[in-house]
Design a protein around this ligand. Structure first.
Ligand SMILES: [Zn+2]
Length: 291
């Protein structure tokens, strides 16, 4: 569904659910789309007539339609360029073998032709850059945390920020990438709150959030609530990452192996932050305890 958010600005709400995502269309002198994961709804934006395609970051649900944009210049933050060429990173399963005892796929059974191909990149976007589409102009906000080169986009005329995977879903935020910095994620959310946008839209909720300060604060604070649960558990029981994952401190359920993997990878990133803060240390091989 296309939602008109400004004179020439539309939100493309995806109707295909999980593993797809919402996009932003600027239908001006320059026809521009942000992200390509809207599934069947992409027909409405005429991919072959898009001049510029920007990806918020490298994950599959944001780039999965890129190949349809045959004429478009494809732009991402430079930190994302190597990631979009790495299938494990695109699928958010990089580092699987370090944390999981079982494989995700039967590798023998996969036909290489069925795998998504490496995606084309034509140029970069950077923090503070103004993108000029004619009468519509908007600004790139580098908002690391979900991924290192993740970007959001500020449309001043429309008083709206497209937040990408600062997703505002009930199960977010997600920060399972190796080396993801939770402080970066918190800082990025704070930056948006301080901008006081009238409206925000994310990749994974089919809703325009008006006056989003409270919902953004609550979303940010979930990171620290999770961390408190981890610390409380480690005070009572020094634990490995596997033992912590069994306590479901981040996700209430692990309906699939990737969700278990993400629980563990996010626990790993929390433990890194807590170790740096001097609140946790590795007391034995792989066993963490509170200090
Ligand atoms: Zn993502």
């Amino acid at each position: 569904m296309l939602f008109q958010a400004g004179r020439k600005v539309y939100v493309v709400f995806n109707e295909d659910g999980y593993t797809f995502g919402n996009c932003m269309l600027v239908d001006d002198d320059v026809r521009l789309l942000i992200d390509s994961g809207a599934g069947r709804e992409l027909d409405q934006v005429q991919p072959e007539n898009i001049d510029i395609l920007i990806n918020t970051h490298h994950h599959y649900d944001h780039v999965r339609g890129n190949e349809l944009f045959t004429r478009a210049q494809v732009l991402l933050h430079p930190i994302e360029h190597p990631c979009i060429q790495d299938l494990e990173k695109v699928m958010a399963i990089h580092g699987w073998d370090q944390l999981m005892s079982q494989g995700l796929f039967n590798v023998q059974a996969i036909d290489p032709n069925d795998l998504p191909q490496p995606w084309r990149v034509d140029g970069e976007i950077n923090d503070g850059q103004e993108i000029d589409c004619g009468s519509t102009k908007f600004m790139v906000l580098h908002t690391p945390g979900h991924s290192k080169g993740h970007c959001a986009f500020y449309f001043p005329e429309e008083d709206l920020v497209f937040l990408g995977d600062i997703c505002l879903t009930k199960v977010g935020p997600w920060y399972g990438e190796e080396g993801a910095d939770l402080n970066d994620f918190i800082d990025s959310i704070n930056r948006i709150i301080e901008m006081k946008p009238g409206r925000v839209v994310t990749s994974h909720v089919n809703q325009v959030f008006d006056n989003p300060g409270v919902v953004l604060s609550e979303y940010r604070d979930r990171i620290l609530k999770r961390e408190k649960r981890i610390l409380r558990e480690l005070k009572a029981n020094p634990s490995t990452i596997d033992q912590l994952a069994d306590k479901h401190l981040i996700y209430r359920q692990h309906p699939s192996l990737p969700v278990l993997f993400w629980e563990k990878s996010m626990l790993r990133n929390h433990l890194q932050r807590l170790t740096k803060l001097g609140l946790v240390k590795e007391i034995d091989n792989g066993v963490f305890g509170s200090v």
